[in-house]
Design a protein around this ligand. Structure first.
Ligand SMILES: NC(=O)c1ccc[n+]([C@@H]2O[C@H](COP(=O)([O-])OP(=O)(O)OC[C@H]3O[C@@H](n4cnc5c(N)ncnc54)[C@H](O)[C@@H]3O)[C@@H](O)[C@H]2O)c1
Length: 453
């Protein structure tokens, strides 16, 4: 068994004069530090805009040439950033985007926000981090601060980035600085943005921590420094594993309630009246997005390399990934028991297919598996989603249908998978023959044709 390694911060006293540290600190304080953001997706673009808006000359680095083109044209492709937000960030030429990675050399601080997916085997795919690291390494110069934001397993920053940047005459804490700061953005969340979500930061050395905390303090109201890179990496995994496990538990509770013939929603509403020691989680058709279904597996993988079997993660993963099939079984029972119909001869209208409400992100959306199971059982499936115009499921191309009286009343069952706010639920309740509401969006309606998890 190999423990993670020495987690004590590197001593900087022996490194000599801290002139590069002092120069970068001054630039960050004065607002003249150049900021590079590598990867301009859901995480990177809002972050780049935040620094640019604060006046830092900011450059985004992308492999997808379409994104710099869109940014140059002032046309945002991320729901949380409007064209006006982008325009404000670009004002005075403060935000640029490029595919030319040689310009990384000009950046004082470089923040990496590239994807961290899983391989089919559910092992981490850190190839994007490796590629970004390699680009930075090629142009690395004295005085640069590099921060990894991509969610990853504990040890990545120290084991992958640090050796790539360290050379005999190029020392951490003297010539370059390294930190990890987990991203906590919640796409579609109107209340919590970068400025009002506390930013956890761990540095490879005390100077690295000081510089990165100072930098983030310019865009986030609260910065929470921690004593190591690994604590910062692990904090993110605790947050997301906490969600995955609790969602898994309440999903299993929903199945238990189904067996007991009682309503999980009512049980949760009752439990949440307790003013302490309880925090409500809600059942649903499964988990989606780039974070909750994936991140715990990064931790599980790492722990298995240390001969540690992470049981909560495996169990929550098993329960959550069973939910789409469970939802289809419920749909089948409802059609059968209420109207004597077979699913194979029924028309099912799926409402909402993105992984959560009010956004268009389809990554890991449980709706895909729900539709796959419906198709496997030979149901005729249509869907409506105001944010997703078309969809490919198991080789079938589907297009979002208009949500009108005909679409609703001609369906044997309306299956609410994602509870978008813009949907006319009044029409659904009025016209549907049967509704299975997996999100409890119709919680105030008592009609007998409405069924819940
Ligand atoms: N989306 C979220 O809600 C969220 C929340 C917290 C943390 N995270 C984490 O943040 C990281 C980024 O997630 P995201 O949702 O922004 O992903 P994304 O797919 O939306 O964006 C990543 C971008 O990086 C680009 N890219 C890929 N390789 C690159 C490279 N070598 N150089 C430059 N650009 C490159 C891609 O073209 C893409 O535009 C992931 O680790 C994710 O787990 C995401």
């Amino acid at each position: 068994m190999t423990p993670l390694g020495v987690l004590r911060p590197v001593s900087e006293e022996s490194l000599g004069s801290p002139e590069r540290f002092a120069a970068l600190k001054r630039k960050i304080q004065e607002g003249t530090a150049t900021v590079g953001v590598v990867g301009l997706g859901y995480v990177g673009l809002p972050l780049a805009c935040a620094f640019a808006e604060k006046g830092y000359p900011t450059t985004g680095f992308e492999v997808d040439a379409e994104k710099p083109r869109r940014i140059a044209a002032g046309s945002s492709y991320i729901g949380d950033i409007s064209d006006e937000d982008l325009g404000r960030a670009k004002a005075g030429g403060r935000l640029k985007a490029t595919t030319d990675f040689s310009l990384l050399k000009e950046q004082d601080a470089i923040i990496i926000c590239v994807p961290t997916p899983l391989r089919k085997s559910k092992d981490p795919d850190i190839s994007y981090i490796l590629a970004a690291t390699h680009e930075i390494e090629k142009t690395l110069r004295p005085g640069q601060l590099i921060i990894l934001e991509s969610t990853t397993y504990p040890g990545t920053t120290r084991e992958i980035l640090l050796p790539a940047f360290t050379r005999k005459d190029f020392q951490l804490g003297r010539d370059f600085f390294l930190a990890f700061s987990p991203e906590r953005v919640d796409p579609g969340n109107k209340e919590y943005k970068i400025h009002n979500t506390p930013k956890v930061v761990g540095g490879a050395t005390p100077r690295c921590l000081e510089l990165s905390a100072l930098l983030y303090g310019k865009v986030a109201r609260h910065v929470f420094p921690v004593t190591s890179l690994e604590v910062a990496e692990m904090a993110k995994l605790l947050e997301n594993t906490f969600r995955a496990v609790n969602i898994g538990m309440v999903n299993e509770m929903a199945m238990m309630c189904g067996r007991l013939g009682i309503s999980i929603s009512e049980v949760v509403e009752a439990a949440k009246t307790k003013p302490f020691g309880y925090m409500p989680f809600y059942p649903g058709p499964g988990i989606g997005g780039h974070c909750i279904p994936l991140d715990p597996h990064y931790l599980a993988w790492k722990m298995r390399t240390l001969d540690f079997e992470p049981r909560f993660i495996e169990l929550a993963g098993a329960i959550n990934s069973r939910m789409p099939e469970y939802v289809v079984e419920r749909a089948e029972d409802i059609l059968n028991l209420e109207q004597g119909k077979a699913l194979s001869r029924s028309q099912v209208l799926v409402l909402g297919v993105s992984y959560k409400k009010d956004i268009s992100d389809m990554r890991e959306s449980p709706a895909i598996e729900v539709i796959e199971h419906l198709l496997l059982k030979k149901a005729r499936v249509s869907y409506h989603d105001p944010y997703v115009a078309e969809l490919e499921v198991a080789g079938s191309q589907l297009r979002s249908v208009a949500l009108d009286e005909r679409a609703v009343s001609s369906s044997d069952l309306v299956l609410i998978v994602t509870d978008h706010s813009a949907v006319d639920y009044g029409l659904v309740v009025q016209r549907a023959q049967l509704v299975l509401d997996t999100r409890n969006v119709l919680k105030d309606r008592a009609e007998h044709k409405i069924f819940r998890l």
